[in-house]
Design a protein around this ligand. Structure first.
Ligand SMILES: Cc1cc2nc3c(=O)[nH]c(=O)nc-3n(C[C@H](O)[C@H](O)[C@H](O)COP(=O)(O)O)c2cc1C
Length: 220
């Protein structure tokens, strides 16, 4: 499949058919994704292929409080988990979700990938800045996205989710991950029930400027 078509149509899929995803297919996907760039080529990605239903249900339970807070913040029109705007929501009072669309794929997808990042090998060049870190993620999310693009090229689809990180210690215990392996993403993967062909994204001119942030919009 042509790259432009893959990139423009890799939608976030949360509903899957029962068709299984074989280990051979997954291996092909990882074999492509391993070429993603990462700081210093230290290749800190760690992937756990989760098929065990009990572990997957455990992941749902760990994510439930995170979904509760996410929904409660959305309900009062806040940008969930934002570090700039203070939240008015008390996480303890957020109502626990049942069968939430954000939780269901963790158990209904044919396979769930938990993708970790070995922090022992990551260069976090923003580590001394007084703001939330973003650079460490640059050594793992190109890999995660390449997994999703390679899956798309195989006729599969999935969704990049990060809720599990909010219960990282418990997730590490559940999955046997060492403490220095951060939980970067949980990616349900399978054959989509339906395909979304048009993705809602802002045009290039809305986020690109010339020379300075307050410069004119970039428009050829
Ligand atoms: C960092 C990140 C975290 C996300 N977390 C979740 C999540 O926890 N659950 C979920 O269903 N989708 C999650 N998504 C998927 C986004 O909701 C999705 O990319 C966005 O709504 C656009 O949808 P589309 O790709 O189908 O157009 C996440 C995406 C990113 C990049």
């Amino acid at each position: 499949m042509d790259f432009t078509k893959v990139a423009r149509s890799a939608f976030s899929c949360r509903e899957f058919t029962n068709e299984p995803v074989s280990d051979a297919t997954l291996h092909r996907i990882f074999d492509v994704a391993r070429f993603a760039p990462n700081g210093g080529n230290r290749q800190g990605q760690r992937v756990v292929v989760v098929r065990d239903p009990a572990i997957r249900q455990g992941i749902v339970e760990l994510c439930r409080p995170a979904v509760a807070l996410y929904r409660a913040q959305l309900a009062v029109k806040e940008s969930p988990y934002n570090t700039i705007e203070p939240s008015t929501v008390d996480p303890v009072l957020a109502p626990a979700p049942v069968d939430d669309a954000m939780l269901v794929p963790y158990v209904t997808a044919p396979v769930l990938l938990v993708i970790g990042l070995d922090l022992k090998v990551v260069a976090s060049t923003d580590r001394y800045l007084d703001r939330v870190g973003v650079i460490s993620g640059a050594s793992i999310y190109p890999f995660v996205w390449s997994v999703l693009l390679a899956a798309r090229a195989e006729g599969l689809a999935g969704v990049l989710t990060t809720l599990l990180a909010s219960a990282e210690r418990e997730a590490q215990e559940l999955l046997g991950l060492p403490e220095h392996v951060a939980v970067a993403a949980a990616v349900p993967l399978g054959h989509p029930i339906r395909r979304l062909t048009t993705l809602a994204r802002e045009p290039v001119e809305s986020f690109t400027t010339v020379d300075r942030f307050d410069g004119p919009p970039f428009a050829p």
